[in-house]
Structures are given as structure tokens and as C-alpha cells.
Design a protein around this ligand. Sequence first.
Ligand SMILES: [Zn+2]
Length: 201
Amino acid sequence: MAYTKTEEYDKDVTDGLVENYRQALSLLGEDPDREGLLKTPERLAKAMQFSTQGYGMDAKAILNSAKFHEDVSEMIVVKDIELYSMCEHHMLPFFGRAHIAYIPNGWITGLSKLARVVDVFSKRLQVQERLTTQILDAIVETLNPLGAAVVIEAAHLCMMMRGVQKQNSVTTTSAFFGEFEKQPTRHEFISLIQADLIKRK
Ligand SMILES: [Zn+2]
């Protein structure tokens, strides 16, 4: 085997969460000792640590790790970046896609780094509005671009499975900086993220 993926979890955190989740299951009317639930607190403890790993990650360090001098001043767009996060009000998932663009001012970064920045801020308890501006700010502060833009489209389980039960609503948030505050640039970006250049599945 040439590649093995290993996951590491903090034992004290896992143990503490397991204790709490066992109690939560009881409070919800379940029997944490029945067969199907025996390993559930531990699985959930690990899933929650995975889903909040962004707290331990540094977006600017990631962008700086692949920062190159390049004399391009055309718009760079990375669209349809998959995104999974959790709303901080209900701790239920919201998920969708992020679209990012920037116009370099002498510095570019690796395209995959932009996708990782989405992970850094989405793997936390979030609100979609703050997630959008945190991604934008990290790009602006690291690359000092002429302009930057972030649009996020996401469906929120807290709206779909509880409360107002709006199954098909999608929330769109956006944040713009510099050149993207001007209409022509913003329109070009919006039309690029809507275009089907490569057929979407
Ligand atoms: Zn919520």
C-alpha cells in the first residue's frame, strides 16, 4: 500500500465527549447500552472533532505556503468548491458550494489552496455570512489582490428539517473587495460562475 490515511483524535477530548453523548442519548429517551448505540458516542465524538478541525488550521499560512510572484492581472475564478459546515445556532449541517475569484496584484496562490481555505473556515461552527467574509479576508490579507470575491450557495438542515421546514430554499451570500465592487467586474464574475463551460453533473 503506497498511501495510508491516518486520522488522529485527542483522547481526552474524545473521552469527554463520549461521556456527554452517552448522557445526551439517555436524556433523549434512548438506551446508550443497546447494541446499535454502543459505539455511537465515540463515532459522534470523532465526527464532531473532524467537523471542527478548522479551529486548528491557519488559512493565511496555507495561502502563503504556495504564494508565487506572477505578473498576471486577469481574473482567476475557482467555482463549485464543495463545502460542508455546521450552523452555530443548531449545530446542524449546512452544505453547498463556494465560488471564489481574485485579480492578482503580483501574487498568486495555488488553486487547491483556495479550496483548503474554504475547509479551514467551514470546519467550524459557523454562520454562512461570516464564513463568506472570513474566506474573502484571508485572501485579501495574504495576496493583497486588486480585487476578490466570494459567493456561497448553501442549504441549511436547520431550515429544512425543523422550524420553517423549507426543503428547497438555498441561501446565497456574497462578499466583494476592490475591483469587484465595480459593476462590470462583478457581472463578469457572476456570469462566469453561472456558465456551464464544462457540463455539470
Ligand atoms: Zn441553524
